[in-house]
Ligand binder design. Structure first.
Ligand SMILES: *Cc1c(COP(=O)(O)O)cnc(C)c1O
Length: 373
């Protein structure tokens, strides 16, 4: 069979900087190569019990962590469908936060948006004002906007939303969790969702979610929420250390291995490592601009920058897709700009298991590409 379409297993690690999926270590990939098990048997329960401990430590929660077989988008939809039957507010400032709004609309809800420019972050005071004018069942917000590299001040936004007893806080932290500071319980998040293939550095295909008591109570009363993403059912099953439907077993095996790696590092050390990589990236951009004569800018303003992904604005005469291609030719993968930023930006996903040394090498190659003739 022709295998040209498949990645070469002997590919050099440390060169894949897409902002999702991100690079997965060899040992985590290999952890998947185990036989199937009875998904209602005692071994599965023991496995899920261990996964719970690791996931709770990673997401800083004492609540159960739901494990779903879908990408992150599935749990965005789960959040919307279990939290509201009438009206939500969506805070938008990029492609993924707009997706959250689009999902809510597609689920038949009335969706108001509070929008700031792509590349900017949300101001809790603006959220407070909007919530004073109109009541909502829930507010959707994206923690780390992967399309722009913006980190929204979710702790402060959640505090403002929680001033309203009946308004739930739904947070997409797909590219935040596992890399950016995230305190699910302390911040009072009602639905925290993430996916496996970003800062968790796992293969795509799993979604993780944490539902508050308020969220589960709402889910009990909400109208047509469907079957696959019914969070009340997730809650019932996780109490038995099970999943509602057949879990993606091999992905659970890889999750088990990766959570051990994350436990050894410690979640706070993991946040610190990501922030260090991000700062290195921002400093490099400033140096290129000030000393290298290449007019690069970090798209996100200071104070609103994600520690897991940096979106870099390019000089007018430099096309993003050409840079991505030139990097590919040298054996390195970075992200093109997303959506309407496709030609004017590039994105570096410095997340997961990447090291400072790998990032430095990547930046050297990128410097050669940008500075080259
Ligand atoms: C990757 C991502 C998602 C989910 O995308 P999937 O393709 O469903 O994995 C959602 N939100 C953000 C911020 C993301 O980075």
């Amino acid at each position: 069979m022709a295998e040209a379409c498949l990645p070469d297993p002997s590919e050099t690690p440390g060169r894949f900087f897409l902002p999702g999926p991100t690079e997965v270590s060899r040992s985590v990939l290999e952890a998947q190569a185990r036989p199937m098990m009875d998904h209602r048997g005692k071994h599965l329960k023991a496995l899920v019990r261990e996964l719970q401990e690791g996931l709770q430590a990673a997401l800083l929660t004492e609540r159960p962590v739901f494990i779903g077989t879908s990408s992150g988008t599935g749990f965005m939809e789960a959040g919307v469908r279990n939290a509201a039957s009438q009206r939500v507010l969506s805070l938008t400032n990029g492609a993924f936060s707009e997706r959250f709004a689009a999902i809510a609309r597609a689920c038949g809800l009335t969706v108001d948006t509070l929008s700031v420019e792509w590349g900017e972050g949300h101001d809790p005071e603006m959220v407070r004002r909007r919530l004073g004018e109109q009541s909502y069942e829930a507010v959707t917000v994206c923690h780390s906007e992967t399309s722009t590299g913006v980190l929204n001040p979710v702790a402060d936004i959640a505090r403002v939303i929680r001033e309203h007893e009946n308004t739930l806080v739904l947070v997409d932290s797909v590219s935040g969790a596992g890399g950016a500071e995230l305190r699910t319980d302390e911040w009072g998040l009602d639905w925290l969702l993430t996916g496996s293939q970003k800062a968790f550095a796992l293969p795509p295909g799993l979604a993780f979610g944490v539902a508050s008591e308020r969220m589960l109570a709402r889910s009990e009363t909400v109208g047509a929420k469907g079957v696959y993403f019914d969070l009340v059912e997730y809650q019932k099953q996780i109490e038995l250390f099970q999943t509602p439907t057949t879990p993606a077993l091999t992905l659970l095996y890889s999750l088990h291995a990766q959570l051990e790696t994350m436990r050894e590092e410690g979640i706070q050390a993991r946040w610190a490592r990501h922030l260090e990589m991000a700062v290195r990236c921002w400093d490099w951009v400033a140096r290129m601009r000030e000393q290298g004569g290449v007019a690069l800018e970090v798209l996100a303003p200071e104070g609103f920058r994600s520690p897991t992904v940096t979106c870099i604005s390019l000089p007018e005469d430099v096309e993003g897709t050409r840079i991505v291609g030139a990097m590919k030719d040298r054996g390195y993968v970075i992200g093109a700009g997303y959506g309407k930023l496709k030609d004017t930006t590039i994105r570096i996903g410095h997340m997961g298991e990447h090291t400072m040394q790998e990032l430095d090498t990547l930046l050297d190659v990128l410097e050669a590409v940008l500075g080259g003739p």
